[in-house]
Design a protein around this ligand. Structure first.
Ligand SMILES: CC(C)(COP(=O)(O)OP(=O)(O)OC[C@H]1O[C@@H](n2cnc3c(N)ncnc32)[C@H](O)[C@@H]1OP(=O)(O)O)[C@@H](O)C(=O)NCCC(=O)NCCS
Length: 329
């Protein structure tokens, strides 16, 4: 395959205005404190969506900014790939809600469910559709309202997550800028280390589920941590190999923002110094599908990424899933 096929023409983000600091968990009656959360995760605060802020509204806000920056109208979109682990409804997809909200009547819209890797999966799928000739212009979105699916009585999970949305418009590449390499992988044998046990067809919602609180996210934190470091390191290696580059050639790494210690271990493995790693987990917590998209938007709009730079995106999530891309800007 001759690359680049696709380049990132515009990015956007939306973060709910309500910011929740770590100290607020104690006010909710949880035995935790700012020092524990900062030391173990690097998280200081997260954005929390209000009832009127849904994935539909948040993703549309991010998408409109990305489309305006890319100079693309809703009618020009061929594909909308939307990543989310916290869909507004279970049927139909959140992507079709976004499509309706934008008025993107020509697009084929679908959800990508690869948890925190969803935005990267979406970029890779969109690039593939462009390569096959099925699309010229794609909107890829990551959006989450995770604060509605975490258990606010479980201090080992609820402190980690936050809400928000990020979006990118992909257009057909005409020069050297664009996606240089991609890698994606999953391992379903490990699904139950991070999952929602109930509420789906295998264990429908009922009074017992409600009592057990088993429709909320459950996680084996230590195991997830180990796999995250291993898989993100592998993903970094594979995308670098695919682009025939090493960590030294990378101007900026944008990893999934779950935990600063996972990020540091991945960067060390890839031989990328931390001053070339974008970190915003302190301000957002883990926004799953939205995490890399939001960080990418911030890196571009703040000037951390300028034309000519080579950027490595790496993510890991429930499934487990992991993925990576090298992109030249
Ligand atoms: C969740 C995580 C921060 C926990 O850190 P850890 O060092 O592994 O801690 P453990 O889970 O072993 O728990 C250690 C102790 O801290 C306690 N603890 C857990 N959450 C706590 C909190 N918010 N505040 C205070 N104490 C807490 C535990 O109950 C445990 O207490 P115990 O020893 O009395 O049983 C860490 O495992 C992690 O980040 N894992 C990856 C999670 C992740 O990124 N998931 C998303 C992937 S996309």
């Amino acid at each position: 395959m001759k690359r680049p096929i696709a380049y990132l023409a515009g990015v956007g983000k939306y973060a709910p205005p309500r910011i929740m600091k770590n100290a607020e968990f104690a006010e909710l009656g949880l035995e935790t404190d700012d020092a524990w959360i900062v030391q173990r995760t690097g998280i200081r605060q997260r954005h929390v969506a209000a009832p009127h802020e849904t994935n539909r509204t948040m993703s549309a806000a991010a998408a409109r900014i990305a489309m305006e920056r890319a100079g693309v109208t809703p009618g020009e979109l061929d594909v909308i790939a939307l990543g989310t682990a916290s869909p507004d409804r279970l049927l139909p997809s959140t992507a079709v809600d976004l499509q309706a909200e934008l008025g993107a009547t020509r697009a084929a819209a679908f959800d990508v469910m690869a948890a925190c890797s969803s935005f990267l999966y979406g970029l890779i799928i969109a690039e593939g559709l462009m390569q096959s000739g099925s699309a010229d212009t794609a909107l890829v979105v990551g959006t989450e309202k995770l604060t509605t699916i975490v258990d606010w009585k479980d201090r080992s999970t609820c402190v980690l997550f936050g809400d928000g949305a990020g979006a990118a418009v992909l257009k057909r590449a005409t020069g050297g800028a664009g996606i240089l390499s991609t890698f994606m992988r999953s391992d379903g044998r490990l699904a139950e280390l991070l999952y929602r046990p109930s509420g789906g067809a295998s264990r429908p919602f009922d009074a017992q589920v409600l009592q057990e609180r088993s429709f909320y996210v459950k996680m084996e934190g230590r195991e997830v941590f180990k796999h995250a470091v291993r898989s993100m390191s592998e993903a970094a290696d594979r995308a670098l190999d695919g682009a025939k580059l090493t960590g030294e050639d990378i101007d900026l790494m944008i990893p999934h923002q779950a935990n600063v210690r996972i990020i540091e271990a991945t960067a060390k493995h890839a031989r990328i110094p931390m001053d070339k790693v974008y970190v915003n987990v302190d301000r957002y917590g883990n926004t799953s599908s939205a995490s890399v998209a939001i960080a990418l938007e911030e890196a571009l709009t703040s000037g951390r990424i300028v034309p000519g730079m080579t950027v490595l995106l790496v993510a890991f999530g429930a499934g487990f899933t992991w993925a990576s891309l090298v992109i030249r800007f």
